[in-house]
Structure formats: C-alpha cells, structure tokens
Write a protein that binds this ligand. Structure first.
Ligand code: NAP
Length: 251
C-alpha cells in the first residue's frame, strides 16, 4: 500500500493557505490544516473532507513554539513523517488594512511593538515551525518547503523609483519582514541542499483576501498556484529561489 504524501499548511483555515491546501489535496495529498484557532482549523478540514479529500486539523500558532512542538508530535504519531511544509501564516501588522494603505507602517513614525509583532509571525514563526517539523521532513523521500513571501519583500522592486510598488507608502514592518523571510529561505536552502530538501519563496501576487480587506484582484486559487508548484517540484527543481506564477522574482 502506498501512503499519500503528507502536506502541512500553516494559516490554512482561510485565504491563500486554504486554497493551497485544497489544491494539494486535489493532487492526492493528505493535508494538515494548521491554524491557531481550533474551531476554524476543524471547520476548514471538514470543508475539505466534504469534497472527498483527506484533511486533518492541527492547532498551531506560529508564535507559540509549544504548539509547533505539539503539532510535530501529533504528525509523528499519526503519519511518521512530513513531505511538504507551506509556511503561509502571515499578518500585515495593520489589521484588516491593505499593506498598500498602511500609513501606520511608515518608518519614521512606526510603532516598534507592531514591527516586532509582524516579525514574530512572518519571520520568527517560520523558524519555529520549520525547525519543529524538520526531523519529520528529513524522513520524506522528497521534502519540500515553501515560504509564502510577497513582491513587497523584494528589495529590487521596492528600490525601483518607478517600479510596480512605487506608489505605496514606505513600510517598516510588512515589507522588511518578507525581505527577511526571503533571506531565511536562502539560508535554509543552503543548509538543506545537500539533504535534497528544496526550499523556495513564493510570491502569490495581489490576492483577494482578508489581509488586504479584499482589495486584491487575483482569486485565492490563482494566488495558491505558485505555492503548489513549488511544493510539488521534482528532484531537479530549484532551491533557494523566489518565484511568482510567471517565473523568478528579483530579490
Ligand atoms: P489571510 O486571509 O488574512 O490569511 C492569513 C492566515 O494566517 C490566516 O489563516 C490567519 O489565521 C493566519 N495567521 C496569522 N497569524 C497566525 C499565527 N500567529 N499562527 C497561525 N496562523 C496565523 O491572508 P492571505 O492573503 O491568505 O495571506 C496568506 C499569506 O500570503 C501571508 O503570509 C501573506 O503575507 C501572503 N501574501 C498575501 C498577499 C495577498 O495579496 N493577499 C500578497 C502577498 C503575500 P486567523 O484566521 O486565525 O487570523
């Protein structure tokens, strides 16, 4: 009997994370819906099961290492290993306000506590979760890690005066957190290359979700497509890269 591949998506109860879980499940994977709220995790897993998928809820707040360790323990007990980790959970720091409207992130006036909160989730949370499940990923024949980043994390794009993000207010929280996530992606990729673990960053594009108060123009399914592509790379696939649906994104 062959076992399904096992994929865990953080922040999978809604938005891009849910859509990524849905697409991974459609490829025959068992999906673990990791969410900080138990009820929301269970409801999302149940919705996927109703579509005929194998989906399970896990309680995981990426800012709480104890929940990451407990999630890893449950995965080990139930499945023995993990094939795919999607580090998707993220916050803008500005509540349900588009990062593009986030004047409260302007560097000269930003609240440092908010910057810390954003980094706690978008950067340190990724280290917490990745390290908690890495021993389980090492047991997979083809482990893949996808970090959900953003074009707002691209220094090249942000530093281009007439570039696509030039009209946005400067950001000391969300954008730098995604730049740091990109840097982490490269460092994890460098460490894990020799072990065959492919680690890449995904830019989903501007997607219609709660994080931007539904101002995005892509569907969650469209945004999730690049995540799923990177989660299912063949052995000759890239590692340490940054991609959107059309190809590489400049650092
Ligand atoms: P969303 O609908 O607001 O979803 C964010 C998810 O992250 C929710 O499930 C949320 O859980 C979860 N989350 C937040 N903090 C968490 C924590 N401490 N522990 C566990 N889960 C946590 O937004 P989205 O657009 O789908 O965002 C998903 C990812 O895509 C984020 O990393 C975001 O930065 C990135 N992204 C989005 C866009 C876009 O245009 N939408 C563009 C570029 C990148 P709750 O439901 O409990 O709050």
């Amino acid at each position: 009997m062959t076992q399904n591949k096992i994929a865990m998506v953080t922040g999978a109860n809604k938005g891009i994370g849910y859509a990524a879980a849905e697409q991974l499940a459609a490829q025959g994977m068992t999906v673990l819906i990791a969410a900080r709220n138990p009820q929301r995790a269970e409801e999302a897993a149940e919705a996927l099961r109703e579509q005929g998928n194998d989906a399970h809820a896990l309680v995981l707040d990426v800012t709480d290492p104890a929940t990451a360790e407990e999630a890893a323990r449950q995965i080990e007990e139930r499945f023995g290993h993990l094939d795919v980790l999607v580090n998707n959970a993220g916050i803008s720091g500005s509540g349900q306000v588009s990062p593009s409207d986030a004047v409260d992130q302007i560097p000269s006036t930003v609240d440092l506590a908010m910057v810390r909160k954003v980094f706690d989730t978008n950067v340190f949370g990724v280290i917490t979760v990745t390290n908690a499940v890495l021993p389980l990923l090492r047991r997979s024949p083809a482990p893949r890690i996808v970090n959900v980043s953003s074009a707002a994390g691209s220094l090249t794009i942000c530093a281009t005066p007439d570039g696509p993000l030039a009209a946005l207010p400067a950001s000391a929280a969300y954008s730098p957190s995604k730049t740091a996530l990109n840097a982490l992606t490269v460092q994890y990729a460098n460490e894990l290359r020799k072990d065959g673990i492919l680690v890449n960053a995904a830019d989903p594009g501007f997607v219609d979700t709660d994080i931007n108060n539904h101002t995005g123009f892509l569907t969650t399914a469209q945004g999730a497509a690049v995540i799923v592509r990177l989660a299912t790379l063949g052995a000759d696939g890239p590692t340490g890269g940054f991609f959107n649906d059309s190809g590489p994104v400049p650092w």
